[in-house]
Design a binder for this molecule. Structure first.
Ligand code: GDP
Length: 441
């Protein structure tokens, strides 16, 4: 690709009105940092799916933040931050996070919570934990944030849109019905304390007071903004391989992590999403169960886990150690493809500077045959990695902003990945801070 083509695609430009920033892998690719960077040139940042079950780590002039429910644009006073209807809104986490920002001197952000967003109820969190307990050794590795029970109820039409919390009669009668349903399971399946409709009512009327100042017609706001030519960022949570439909089912999250879902989860016409930035990390990490073909173990994994991310590869929500592995070109190419990526960003290249040799998983061996097509079901479980070796660059490049100044071996590594992904890598992230970025101009 020619340099001026790169210039055109360069993601900090204003060429695209609606841009989605999404994960090409299992999540934790560094989307929060990229969103925080891009938010500078944006007017609106929208979360469109998922809940407080994953975190985005952002390091800027106010300090280090692990955001779980707030959009990553909240550090810029000029932005409006939206919780889209597709999100699983935990009101307590949301308002606690806002309070923590205030306490650390971040100016009060502009926020709109879609009146149609559904609310994570206290019993969703309980059921998540009870089900993991029941499954014991066969558990999915849920973060126990209530996300699977939440989305189950949403689609079973027994959830609560936030606007419904303000309708007393409706709230009461729905809670009565919910308690009958849930208590049956609590009594006979989980053998746990039963839900009390009055206590739930009191809790939810308290929660509605906390969220009331933020609730509004987010979709109408976005529509108007589109008409006025504003720049909008859609911020994805997790990544392709955790998508309910296209991920490694059932070790997935309970919402769609693909950019295409941004149209539904934010209330944006699909034709408006013209730019999709797929974020992928220079090595792999994953939380929870399921196939992870290029996973590494033992001391090799310990070293990468310790040096990865900004404080090691440990979950931003749970603190649990992430599984780590080599860059998986098969999974990442599939990840970009399903996202409909128009460009990619490669993060955390600085982490690999300690290695003499770096591996990339370029194919999967399944039952004696080799494929570079991401398989489904049992094929994926049986897949063994086929690696290509790359020389390490053996130096510390953290914070480098000039792409041309990066070591030749690193650039060869990036070129190879770009060729496999099939989309231009417009930027490499050279450290966790906002300014640690080298554009490929
Ligand atoms: P997200 O959910 O995709 O936003 O990712 P997380 O924030 O959960 O995880 C990414 C981790 O990598 C965080 O600890 C970030 O601070 C860190 N990070 C992001 N970009 C870079 C980078 O270029 N280099 C390094 N060393 N760490 C990075």
């Amino acid at each position: 690709m020619k340099n001026d083509d790169y210039e055109q695609m360069r993601f900090s430009g204003v060429t695209f009105m609606v841009k989605a920033i999404v994960g090409a892998n299992w999540g934790d690719e560094g989307k929060g940092k990229i969103t925080d960077m891009l938010a500078e040139d944006s007017d609106i940042i929208v979360r469109f799916q998922g809940g407080a079950n994953a975190g985005h780590t952002i390091i800027n002039q106010y300090g280090r933040f692990a955001l779980h429910s707030l959009p990553s644009g909240i550090f810029y006073p000029h932005t409006t931050n939206i919780i889209g209807n597709g999100v699983a809104l935990n009101i307590r986490t949301f308002t606690d996070e806002l309070r923590a920002l205030r306490e650390r001197g971040v100016p009060e952000p502009k926020i709109i919570v879609s009146e149609r967003v559904q609310v994570v109820m206290p019993y969703h969190i309980l059921f998540d934990a009870y089900e993991e307990e029941r499954l014991a050794g066969r558990a999915f590795g849920s973060t126990k944030s209530g996300i699977a029970p939440f989305y189950s109820d949403k689609f079973a039409k027994i959830g609560f849109q936030v606007n419904e919390l303000f309708d007393d009669a409706l709230l009461k009668s729905r809670l009565d019905n919910i308690c009958v349903l849930k208590n049956t399971l609590l009594e006979h399946l989980y053998r746990k304390p039963l839900l009390e409709p009055d206590a739930l009512y009191a809790e939810m009327t308290g929660q509605r007071e906390r969220i009331a100042p933020y609730v509004g017609d987010a979709a109408a706001f976005i529509r108007e903004a589109l008409g006025a030519g504003k720049n909008i960022l859609l911020e994805g949570q997790l990544g392709t391989l955790k998508d309910t439909d296209f991920g490694i089912y059932p070790f997935v999250t309970s919402s769609n992590t693909l950019a295409g879902y941004g149209a539904v989860g934010a209330g944006i016409p699909p034709s408006e999403i013209r730019s999709v930035v797929a974020v992928t990390k220079a090595y792999s990490s994953a939380v929870g169960g399921g196939a992870f073909v290029s996973e590494i173990f033992g001391e090799e994994a310990e070293a990468l886990r310790r040096l990865g991310g900004d404080q090691g590869e440990f979950g931003a929500t749970t603190g649990r150690p992430r599984r780590v592995g080599w860059f998986d070109a098969v999974a990442s190419a599939y990840g970009c493809l399903m996202q409909g990526a128009t460009e990619a960003v490669l993060t955390a290249v600085d982490v690999l500077g300690y290695l003499d040799e770096i591996k990339i998983c370029v194919g999967y061996e399944i039952d004696g045959g080799i494929t570079d097509v991401f398989p489904v079901g049992a094929g994926l479980v049986r897949a063994k990695p086929v690696y290509k070796l790359f020389p390490g660059w053996k130096c510390d490049i953290r914070g480098e902003r000039d792409y041309n100044a990066l070591p030749r071996a690193l650039k060869a590594y990036v070129d190879f990945i770009e060729e496999r992904l099939g989309v231009p890598i417009t930027m490499v992230s050279t450290g966790p801070k906002r300014e640690d970025a080298a554009f490929r101009t």
